[in-house]
Design a protein around this ligand. Structure first.
Ligand code: ADP
Ligand code: MG
Length: 279
C-alpha cells in the first residue's frame, strides 16, 4: 500500500505548565489518504481544534510524530514549517479575515503570507467562481457571514493547496450558507484536494471517507446517534492517484446546485503530482 498523505503516531498535546499540565489530546494514531475527505468529529472540548492546529503546523505537540508524505513536521525548523503552512489551506469558523483590507486584498494575503506574489487575476477568478465578484472592493465588515467564508475559502485556495484544513467552517453560518459551503468543499475534494474537516455536526459524516471521533482527546469508535444510523460512513477509500494542482475548472458559481464537473475533474491524476511538503 502506498504511503498515506498524513500519519500521526502517538500524537499527544498537553497545555498548561509542567507542574499543572492539562491534557487536550492523545495519544492518537491514525493516517489520512491523499485525496480523501476526513471528518474529525467530537463535542466541544474533545480536542478537535488542538488536533487540527497540530496537523496544520500551527502548534507543536508535546509528544509524537506527524508525518506528511513521510516527513515529520514536528521536527522542522521554523522556516521550513512556515513553508509547509504556506502550502496548505486553512479555514476557520470565524473566517480570520483582516478588517482593514478589502475583499480582494484579503484573498491576495493568502499568498503574501507564504512569501509569494499571488496572482491578482487568479484572485479575481476565485472570487467570480465563488459567486462574489461584485464584492471585490468591499469593506470586509460589510460582507455577510456566507460571503466572508467564501472570501476565506478563496484566500485558502490562492496558493493551490493540496490539503484544506477546516475548523468548524459552517459553525457561524445559517443553514443555506452551511449547505453551500459544504458543497464547495465537496467540489474541491472531487478536484483532488484532501479535506480535513473539524466539526461537532454529525451531518458531515455522510460525506466522509473517514471519521476520526474524539472524546476527551482520544479516538473512539463512532456510531451515529441519529435515526439514519443504519447508513454507516463510507469505508476508508484506497489512496487516490496523485492529484493535479488546484482547479483549473471553475468552482460552482451557484453552489446551491450540484456542480457539473468537467470530465477531467472527475478523474484527477492526469496532471503532474505536487508534493505538499517541499522542504
Ligand atoms: N491554549 C489552551 N490552554 C489551555 N487549555 C486549552 C487550550 N486550548 C484548548 N485547551 C483545552 O484543551 C481541550 C481541548 O480543546 P479544543 O481542542 O479547543 O477542543 P474542541 O476544538 O474539540 O472544542 C479543552 O479542555 C480545552 O479547554
Ligand atoms: Mg474547536
Amino acid at each position: 500500500m502506498s504511503q498515506p498523505l498524513i500519519e500521526c503516531r502517538e500524537l499527544t498535546k498537553f497545555y498548561g505548565s509542567k507542574k499543572q499540565p492539562i491534557k487536550a489530546l492523545g495519544p492518537v494514531n491514525f493516517s489520512i489518504a491523499a485525496g480523501s475527505y476526513t471528518v474529525i468529529l467530537g463535542k466541544s472540548g474533545s480536542g478537535k481544534s488542538t488536533l487540527l492546529n497540530l496537523l496544520a503546523g500551527l502548534d507543536k505537540p508535546t509528544d509524537g510524530e506527524i508525518l506528511i508524505e513521510g516527513k515529520d513536521i514536528t521536527k522542522l525548523s521554523q522556516k521550513r514549517l512556515a513553508r509547509y503552512r504556506s502550502e496548505i489551506g486553512i479555514i476557520f469558523q470565524f473566517y480570520n479575515l483582516l478588517p482593514n483590507l478589502n475583499t480582494i486584498e484579503n484573498i491576495l494575503m493568502g499568498g503574501w503570507a507564504g512569501g509569494s506574489h499571488p496572482d491578482y487575476n487568479k484572485a479575481k477568478e476565485l472570487l467570480a467562481n465563488l459567486g462574489i465578484a461584485h464584492r471585490e472592493k468591499a469593506n470586509i465588515t460589510t460582507l455577510s457571514g456566507g460571503e466572508k467564508q467564501r472570501v476565506a475559502i478563496a484566500r485558502s485556495l490562492i496558493s493551490d493547496p493540496q490539503i484544506l484544513f477546516c475548523d468548524e467552517p459552517t459553525g457561524a453560518l445559517d443553514t443555506k450558507n452551511e449547505e453551500q459551503v459544504k458543497e464547495i468543499l465537496e467540489f474541491l475534494n472531487k478536484q483532488g484536494i484532501t479535506i480535513i474537516m473539524v466539526t461537532h455536526n454529525e451531518e458531515f459524516v455522510n460525506n466522509a471517507d473517514q471519521v476520526i471521533f474524539l472524546k476527551d482527546g482520544l479516538i473512539q469508535p463512532f456510531t451515529k446517534t441519529t435515526e439514519e444510523s443504519h447508513t454507516p460512513p463510507k469505508p476508508p477509500t484506497p489512496p487516490k492517484p496523485p492529484t493535479p494542482p488546484l482547479p483549473k475548472v471553475p468552482l460552482p458559481k451557484e453552489p446551491a446546485k450540484k456542480p457539473a464537473l468537467p470530465h477531467d475533474a472527475k478523474h484527477p491524476g492526469h496532471g503532474s503530482s505536487k508534493t505538499v511538503i517541499n522542504v
